[in-house]
Ligand binder design. Structure first.
Ligand SMILES: Cc1cc2nc3c(=O)[nH]c(=O)nc-3n(C[C@H](O)[C@H](O)[C@H](O)COP(=O)(O)OP(=O)(O)OC[C@H]3O[C@@H](n4cnc5c(N)ncnc54)[C@H](O)[C@@H]3O)c2cc1C
Length: 537
């Protein structure tokens, strides 16, 4: 009989057990979605759903380029577990909730749902996120939005390459990155030639194109008038396949359940979206929404890692005591929990800014806060997951614990949709070109003033830095880091658990480099922080 091995973390409700998330959903106006979130949370904690996550990663997708007659088919085959994960995600509107129910709190509710369900498996979030994000980009071409949006927003997951009009639901991807340039998309060489009517024929190659089994893609290509965005379906209305050829699937570090491919366009049929020559601007509408999902994805990785670590420590003894009773382990767990709560609050605050984007302050805040948060939370997720993994000792290094999968997934959010440096530089760009975004961001930070001297002092110092006329590119990371910590502190002071806010201000505001588990226990109730974050089963 095995002893001292914790029971698997299953049979619990990932939403109900997540106090910071529940509180944030209510605060940000999404309480009307509680029933759905709780139902999804319960499903996410079942042994069956957890198993889908493992199965989908142990059996990655396979490319089938040709059929038995030698015709190109360019299809990707998935394990049934992938389809179950997708059915749940689409069935709960993770790809479309705010477009289906454009009511206050819809983006916040969707963020919470994406946060909960991504903890089961991260890879399938990619096509879900891209479909959600493609809708606002398509709105720049109203007739295309009218044609496609109804099928992009159904709750039907309808897999398979068929004419879009015959499908109950469709999914979208995006193809920007080329071999010679990813961050610098202006270097794109893919060409778009005007063809019959409004159509274009697109020729070229994309070096990264995730979820190539999607029904349609937003693609960047050089039109006669400059770099433009296009809608490219995989199957044409007459049932023939478009000239969209999948060359191979990438052999990736993580995200293994999801297919990411290299594709070639052979005079592929497409329609322009938005203005000719303004393709980057058009596709940025999409990227802004997928960036939000990178933040949510990072928060969800942290939450799952903290849930696993706190659960393990509460059920494993060493040297005659539970790990959760060992002071140094409590310090590590509390520190991880503090980071997780700060990220959850920031993610939900930004999701809420998407809900209230018609308010100029919220729109301006969103512009800067999203770039700051994308940079910072994606980086922090990597560190949090690595430390949480160690809390499980040797078990954490073993696949069955889920921590290795989280660990491999974590760096990805920081790479795609603008890698770390690119995001940090985007913050500088926003500050200089859209000063109202900086004003809104600073106003939001300032709302936390007057309650904690350490915070007030840190904001005074940050204000001095931000008042400088010139901020060099080389110092972008350093300043964005300070901005991220300040906004997280402000949110925690106002809305977080007071103990967590105290620990955050005591440990993060001085900007020094530190490991998790170095909280000064003086005056902090660390065990209470851990208990707030430990899932009960
Ligand atoms: C698993 C996976 C799936 C992907 N799926 C898709 C997809 O579906 N569609 C799609 O279009 N793309 C996709 N991508 C591509 C991704 O968006 C790019 O890899 C990313 O934008 C970086 O571009 P790059 O790889 O060309 O790197 P580069 O642009 O060459 O950048 C390399 C490094 O240099 C840094 N850097 C760049 N410019 C500067 C600068 N001015 N100053 C300082 N540092 C700088 C970057 O931050 C990065 O760290 C995917 C990538 C991965 C890993």
């Amino acid at each position: 009989m095995t002893t001292n091995q914790p029971p698997p973390l299953q049979g619990y409700n990932l939403f109900d057990a997540d106090a910071p998330l529940r509180e944030a959903v209510e605060r940000e106006g999404g309480a009307w979605a509680f029933d759905m979130l709780s139902e999804l949370g319960a499903l996410a904690g079942t042994e069956e759903a957890i198993d889908w996550g493992f199965q989908a990663n142990a059996n990655p997708p396979r490319l089938r380029t040709h059929n038995r007659f030698g015709d190109r088919v360019d299809e990707v085959e998935f394990h049934p577990a992938w389809h179950r994960l997708m059915e749940v995600a689409i069935g709960h509107g993770l790809h479309a909730l705010p477009w289906r129910e454009p009511r206050p709190g819809a983006h916040a509710a969707r963020a919470a749902a994406f946060h909960v369900w991504s903890q089961v498996e991260g890879g399938h979030g990619c096509p879900v996120s891209m479909t959600y994000a493609a809708v606002p980009a398509l709105h720049q071409q109203p007739e295309l939005a009218a044609q496609w949006q109804p099928r992009m927003t159904t709750l039907d997951y309808d897999f398979g390459l068929r004419p879009p009009a015959t499908k109950k639901g469709v999914l979208f991807g995006m193809a920007m990155t080329e071999r010679q340039g990813g961050s610098d998309v202006r270097a794109n060489t893919t060409r778009a030639e005007p063809a019959d009517g409004d159509a274009y024929r697109i020729t070229g190659a994309k070096w990264f194109c995730s979820a190539p089994m999607c029904d349609a893609f937003l693609v960047l290509a050089q039109a006669p008038g400059g770099l433009s965005s296009f809608l490219m379906p995989r199957v044409l209305d007459d049932g023939t396949r478009n000239g969209f050829h999948i060359q191979r699937l990438k052999d990736k570090l993580g995200n293994r359940s999801n297919a990411s491919s290299e594709v070639e366009f052979d005079r592929a049929w497409a329609l322009m979206v938005g203005e000719e020559g303004r393709g980057i601007r058009t596709i940025l509408e999409m990227v802004n929404h997928t960036r939000l999902d990178c933040v949510i994805g990072s928060a969800s990785l942290m939450r799952q890692a903290v849930a696993q670590a706190t659960h393990h420590a509460a059920n494993r003894s060493a040297f005659g005591r539970l790990l959760s009773e060992q002071p140094l382990m409590v310090n590590v767990l509390a520190d991880l929990a503090v980071e997780s709560e700060a990220t959850t609050l920031l993610m939900m605050r930004i999701a809420s800014a998407f809900d209230r984007a018609t308010d100029p302050h919220e729109a301006a805040f969103k512009r800067l806060a999203l770039a700051v948060a994308k940079y910072w939370t994606c980086k922090r997720a990597i560190a949090v997951v690595a430390e949480a993994l160690e809390c499980l000792g040797g078990n954490g290094y073993v696949e069955e614990s889920i921590l290795p999968r989280l660990y491999r997934e974590a760096p990805l959010n920081s790479i795609w949709e603008g890698s770390g440096n690119v995001n940090a530089l985007d913050v500088l760009r926003a500050m200089s070109r859209e000063p109202e975004s900086l004003a809104a961001f600073r106003a939001e930070i300032a709302k936390g003033r007057g309650q904690d001297r350490r915070f007030d002092d840190a904001v005074t110092q940050l204000d001095r830095l931000l008042d400088r006329k010139e901020i060099s590119e080389s110092s972008a990371r350093s300043i964005v880091e300070k901005m991220a910590i300040a906004i997280e502190a402000s949110l925690l002071i106002r809305y977080g658990d007071s103990n967590v806010a105290d620990a955050f201000c005591a440990s993060r505001l001085d900007g020094g480099s530190r490991m998790f588990g170095t909280l000064d226990e003086e005056g902090l109730r660390l065990s209470e922080i851990v208990e707030r974050h430990r899932p009960y089963i």
